[in-house]
Design a protein around this ligand. Structure first.
Ligand SMILES: [Zn+2]
Length: 410
């Protein structure tokens, strides 16, 4: 059966709901508006007959599809929030039926063009139904494509109880885009043997490697004094901050110059004034020794600038964020192999490339729930050209169903 219209309807409805997260907010979820979609999903799951439907006090919708056969308990996750990096308010999704392979223009932004030139993957989707935003916002297929896939698959299983599968647990999380989707209680509340996030891109992606990630904050306290009487006394924190940025490896170890398996040190924020400066950075590498090397570089640079100006006070605080999920998954590849075999049974070639980022699965895996990431079809995410093919989403829905049946048989 074809899931196309069901998926399209869900995607368009979910994308129209503003659920942008906010890294500067201290609340959980970070924005109240995420409840609009969380409550909508809670109601739809209840209506389709899912069991144990709950909205936790930390903003996650949980539900169960009861087992119809013996098998492991498998969790499926998608995040409801959209990225803070681009306008996500007033999303007007539109569907281009039977894409003709040419340029796609936008009703609300004459300058914008999506084409196989700037998105080569689009060139392989002739005849597909393509969903985009209207030109002023991102679309939010990241990760509402994942939400729609899980909802359509859940409805299909609840409507067809003759399909054999073990217990299925569903979780829709907030705040993934700001790295706060997995709270301390989620592994226990999810209560599954292993899980999958539907938060990947191209057809066939089955990912089990993510970055290992640290955050760093450098504080620089200078010496403040009236500039007219500052000779020999003032220590300007701005100059010291500039020196630190300048001494970090700008030609090799920054995001704009690295790809594949290379990590980076990325300054994300700098603020303050002559008496007090704060620099925020993120450190990324696939390997822990590579990450340690980057911590070391940052500390040595801070130490060197401190040594050159003993009257200043420079502190560098480094905090672990998440770890490469491969460290855990390679010990037991069952969840990855199961997804790969299910994909192959559908004629989909599995692709496993390392994710140059993290997912909710990175944290979950580290916390004891092995959670690889599966494709949804989403492309050009976090910007106005974001798009997804409804037919790719349908293949991901097929994968969900093939996977749970295969797990029950195994
Ligand atoms: Zn995502």
């Amino acid at each position: 059966m074809s899931f196309d219209r069901n998926l399209e309807d869900r995607l368009v409805r979910y994308c129209a709901v503003d659920t942008q997260s906010d890294a500067d907010s201290a609340t959980a979820p970070s924005t109240e508006i995420q409840y609009d979609l969380l409550r909508m999903l809670q109601a739809e799951l209840t209506e389709m007959g899912a069991q144990d439907v709950t909205l936790t006090d930390y903003g996650v919708v949980l539900a169960t599809i009861p087992a119809t056969a013996e098998g492991p308990t498998i969790g499926f996750l998608a995040h409801v929030d959209t990225a803070p990096q681009y306008n996500a308010t007033g999303v007007k999704p539109r569907v281009i039926r039977g894409y003709n392979g040419g340029d796609i223009t936008y009703p609300d932004n004459a300058e914008l063009v999506l084409s196989p030139t700037n998105s080569p993957y689009l060139g392989t989707k002739q005849g597909h139904d393509i969903v985009t935003a209207s030109g002023l916002t991102l679309l939010g297929a990241d990760d509402k494509a994942g939400v729609a896939i899980i909802m359509s698959a859940a409805q299909h299983l609840l409507d067809n109880p003759e399909i054999p599968h073990g217990t299925i647990r569903i979780a829709f999380t907030p705040d993934e885009e700001i790295g706060r989707g997995v709270g301390p209680d989620l592994p226990k509340d999810l209560a599954c043997d292993f899980a999958y996030t539907f938060d990947g891109g191209e057809l066939g992606e089955i990912e089990y490697e993510s970055f290992s990630a640290d955050g760093a904050e450098v504080r620089i306290k200078g010496v403040s004094i009236h500039p007219g009487y500052a000779k020999g006394k003032m220590v300007n924190a701005i100059h010291l901050a500039a020196k630190i940025i300048d001494m970090l490896p700008q030609q090799t170890m920054v995001p704009e110059l690295t790809d594949d398996r290379d990590g980076f040190i990325h300054a994300t924020d700098m603020e303050g004034g002559s008496s007090d400066m704060r620099i925020k950075l993120i450190l990324r590498d696939f390997e822990l020794d590579g990450l340690e090397q980057k911590r070391d570089i940052l500390r040595k640079v801070c130490d060197a600038v401190q040594a050159g100006e003993p009257r200043a006070e420079i502190t560098c605080t480094i905090t672990p964020q998440y770890r490469n999920m491969r460290y855990w998954l390679e010990k037991d590849m069952t969840p990855v192999d199961l997804a790969r075999e299910a994909a192959e049974s559908l004629g989909i070639e599995p692709i496993s490339v390392p994710i140059r980022g993290g997912t909710d699965g990175s944290r979950l895996t580290e916390m004891g729930v092995p959670t690889p990431n599966l494709f949804t079809g989403m492309q050009m995410i976090h910007g106005p050209l974001e798009w997804v093919s409804v037919q790719d989403m349908a293949r991901a829905t097929d994968l969900f169903l093939a996977l749970v049946q295969r797990a029950a048989k195994a």
